[in-house]
Design a protein around this ligand. Structure first.
Ligand code: GAP
Length: 512
């Protein structure tokens, strides 16, 4: 399956099996807004829990918070979002379509990356076992050329954006001869900045209403509560505050399904540290977060770091963890060394001290902050698209299987009576009653058992337990495994123990 075909399959599969629906679909939907269905909400919750457990439960110096979406409007002045939360936009005069200028350039560089990957694949085939990927990438003239060209383009883009030199961004688009994907023309407008925050109003009458913003990130709810948490929790530096919740951005280029949404969910953690220690904590969180991603088992080759050339107004170092989505490597998580920018700025705007007395240093200071920030919907897309596979079986037939990491699968086991008679449904239902206290269980008695297995494969259920006539005699069941379709005959207690072992958070997160 090509990547484009895979992505189409991801969209249709997500809808057909109750994972993701377009928002308000009966009114033809709302662009870049999506609803999670009965399966999707469970997968999303499990991913959120996987993050929360690793972040909060396993670290006794990280605590949780649930701040409101609506915040005092001065928050967004202090954070810099009113003045600087902009995207550079460009319109194509022929198609009248609007694009993010930086994304057009990045997509161009993405195509160079694809060329590199194709060269590597070809060479790996040619050289077989003797192939040394690292050496090939660093010496093959064509690959080196693509790499140098891509790096130079990104460097120039980063510099131009940092200097707010939008004319140079346009010049770059023209020099690279980037065409509009819709009209195919190079007839571009100037590049302009556009603020991404959604405005709303608080209050009953038009005259007295206060202008508010829907939060564009959850981080600011953490900063304004820094002292509340530090004092009431008697927290000592270094410590972190973690939060998950909705964020809103008026994205102009909304595409690629749930990759870039107007309403989405973030999982952020702000780690408060003494000034001067940011370098070591930056390295620590880069490594820790990458390990966490690897623990999901989607393949270490599918992740890479991308260091930022253009630093946000608050950062002294920043990188993305990128994931290989069906449309190429793209940002999944950001790790930012935010200095003392946010707390200092809130001090200035609020007139309230946001400082910490360090008993070791015997001084007061505004802590520095290390941030990890991941989009839950993007994580969902990474896991879902990587797990969806079409397999050709020995008999020539094919099956769609969603090889979700068992720990986050919506349903852990489906219990199936082989036939709908002879007391088998009753036994199957009693097994459901027994298992449901420990795990999510489905019951299915409709259709032939083979079709029921396929349905569970498509939903990502890692196990099926089948009850048949032998169960009546010796209380054994068949445990069927999603990934290799193997079946084994076991006592129910053994099957239960095996499932519990496979879905245990501890086993998945132990590597951290
Ligand atoms: N507090 C820092 C911050 O918000 P960001 O890089 O703008 O940083 C962090 O966003 C993460 O949020 C991204 O890595 C991405 O996973 C997710 N994200 C950002 N915008 C998004 C959008 N429009 N739709 C879905 N996820 C988004």
């Amino acid at each position: 399956m090509s990547n484009q075909e895979l992505f189409k399959k991801v969209l249709s599969h997500a809808k057909e099996y109750g994972f993701v629906f377009p928002s308000s679909e009966i009114y033809d939907g709302l662009s870049a807004v999506y609803d999670y269905g009965q399966q999707g909400v469970a997968l999303k919750k499990n991913l959120r829990d996987y993050w929360w457990k690793a972040m909060v439960q396993l670290n006794n110096n990280i605590v949780g918070l649930d701040a409101a979406i609506l915040m005092h409007p001065t928050t967004w002045k202090a954070s810099g979002h009113v003045d600087a939360f902009n995207d550079p936009l460009i319109d194509n005069k022929d198609s009248k379509k609007r694009y993010r200028a930086d994304v057009l350039v990045e997509d161009y560089v993405g195509k160079l990356d694809t060329k590199i990957e194709n060269e590597v694949k070809k060479a790996a085939k040619r050289f077989g076992d003797a192939f040394d990927k690292e050496q090939f990438i660093s010496t093959n003239p064509r690959v080196v050329g693509y790499k140098e060209k891509g790096d130079a383009i990104l460097k120039r883009l980063g510099k131009s954006l940092e200097r707010e030199d939008l004319a140079d961004v346009k010049a770059l688009i023209e020099e690279l001869e980037i065409v509009c994907p819709v009209s195919g023309s190079k007839n571009w407008t100037e590049v302009k900045q556009f603020n991404l925050m959604f405005g709303t109003k608080l209050g009953a009458s038009a005259e007295s209403a206060t202008e508010l913003y829907l939060r564009p990130e959850t981080a600011q709810g953490i900063f304004v509560n820094f002292l509340n948490v530090q004092k009431t929790g008697r927290m000592k530096l270094p410590f972190g505050i973690a939060q998950t919740g909705k964020a809103f951005r008026n994205e102009i280029v909304a595409r690629q399904f749930i990759f870039r949404m107007r309403e989405f969910e973030q999982m952020e953690m702000q780690f408060f540290i003494p000034p001067g220690t940011q370098k070591e904590w930056y390295a620590h969180w880069k490594e820790t977060r990458l390990k966490w991603h690897h623990s999901l088992g989607l393949g270490t080759d599918n992740y890479r770091f991308h260091d930022h050339e253009k630093l946000a107004h608050y950062a002294d170092a920043a990188c993305d963890i990128e994931f290989r989505f069906p449309f190429g490597f793209k940002e999944l998580e950001g790790i930012h060394s935010r200095t003392d920018f946010d707390l200092s700025s809130h001090e200035e705007y609020s007139g309230k001290k946001l400082q910490y007395f360090d008993p070791e240093r015997q001084e007061n200071y505004v802590p520095y902050v290390l941030e990890t920030s991941i989009g839950l919907d993007r994580l969902f897309l990474a896991v879902f698209s990587n797990s969806l596979q079409e397999e050709t079986l020995e008999d020539g037939s094919s099956r769609m299987v969603l090889r979700l990491p068992a720990v986050v699968a919506p349903t852990k086991v489906a219990v199936l009576p082989l036939v709908k008679k002879d007391g088998l449904p009753e036994i199957a239902k009693s097994i459901v009653e027994d298992l449901k206290w420990d795990m999510t269980v489905a019951y299915d008695e409709k259709d032939a058992v083979g079709r029921r297995y396929r349905r569970q494969d498509a939903l990502g259920t890692p196990f099926c337990i089948t009850v048949d006539h032998q169960t009546l005699e010796d209380q054994t069941v068949t445990l069927r495994h999603r990934d290799n379709m193997a079946q084994e005959r076991l006592k129910l207690a053994q099957a239960k123990a095996q499932i519990n072992e496979t879905i245990s958070f501890q086993n998945w997160l132990r590597a951290l």
